[in-house]
Design a protein around this ligand. Structure first.
Ligand SMILES: Nc1ncnc2c1ncn2[C@@H]1O[C@H](COP(=O)(O)OP(=O)(O)O)[C@@H](O)[C@H]1O
Ligand SMILES: [Mg+2]
Length: 278
């Protein structure tokens, strides 16, 4: 008790809460410190995602990421992400951050995981000094994704119909007015579904924002709420969405991927179709 008070008074006036996006209150801090040890500093990351606020936590036991969501829809996703990471804790086959804790408060959810000193592939491609460097990055992305699609991990339920589930989820968001896609597009996706292919493990939101690079290699999946058994064409479509117009970068990706190529019909079904609902 005494220690905690001392601790709190020491904290007053330190740079701990400077520049934060929302108020990390004492209760949340103490909760986090159960895992991290004494927190020295909390910084808002320069690189933020779309569904959350992400802070870097420097603490006694190391560096951590606190990912927080506030909107109901995104809180649900964060909870699922926490479950996936927790499930994968301790395995080495699928490279993801290490799960530390998940905290639910009245109007916000928080996921605590290890901080990984890497940059997103989006940033690495932007900063790449040459076309060759970009090609290497895309090939490496293809390789990592191909490996994921070839993994028969026991940490997931293989007896699901992914597309059926995703269409149900899409309809739910459509009815709640929480997506870009409209009713016409939704009906089109339902009627004109693609010929089925064998499901694999997938990332489920495999854009260049959601994989990270170190030493020129794409080596880590983040933002893994959608990681499940599903249609691998969805991952490939999202992986290529930003580089589709560049045939060299697309080729480089496939050189690393080695499993199959998407037809333009398949690409459209996912990138200009299903993805509009999430
Ligand atoms: N474990 C981590 N280590 C380092 N940086 C991370 C980590 N997780 C996320 N980030 C950073 O935070 C950003 C947002 O995270 P992300 O999980 O993609 O959130 P969102 O769901 O909002 O897109 C990422 O682009 C990345 O820069
Ligand atoms: Mg993201």
């Amino acid at each position: 008790m005494c220690l905690l008070r001392l601790h709190q008074s020491e904290r007053r006036g330190t740079p701990l809460t400077r520049g934060l996006k929302f108020n990390i209150n004492e209760e949340l801090l103490s909760n986090i410190e159960k895992s991290t040890g004494r927190i020295h500093q909390v910084d808002l990351l320069d690189d933020q995602g779309w569904t959350s606020t992400v802070h870097k936590i420097s603490a006694e036991n190391g560096l951590y990421i606190l990912k927080s969501s506030f909107k109901e829809k995104y809180r649900e996703w964060l909870k699922t992400e926490a479950e996936v990471l927790k499930n994968l804790k301790g395995q080495h086959e699928i490279p993801v951050p290490f799960y530390i804790d998940y905290i639910e408060a009245a109007d916000q959810n928080h996921l605590l995981m290890t901080f990984e000193k890497r940059v997103t592939l989006t940033k690495a491609l932007r900063d790449a000094g040459s076309k060759n460097e970009k090609k290497h990055l895309m090939k490496s992305f293809g390789k990592l994704l191909g490996r994921l699609h070839g993994t028969s991990s026991p940490h997931f339920n293989w007896n699901i119909n992914w597309l059926e589930g995703e269409l149900k989820r899409a309809e739910r968001y459509l009815e709640a007015g929480e997506c870009d896609g409209d009713r016409v597009l939704f009906e089109k996706l339902k009627i004109n579904s693609l010929p089925e292919i064998r499901q694999t493990l997938i990332h489920g939101d495999c854009t260049t924002d959601n994989v990270m690079v170190t030493e020129g290699k794409v080596s880590l999946f983040i933002d893994v709420a959608g990681m499940t058994v599903g249609d691998p064409r969805y991952d490939v479509a999202l992986a290529l969405r930003k580089v589709m117009a560049d045939s060299e970068l697309t080729e480089a990706f496939y050189e690393g991927y080695e499993r199959f190529r998407l037809s333009s019909k398949e690409f459209n079904y996912f990138e200009n179709g299903l993805y509009e609902f999430f």
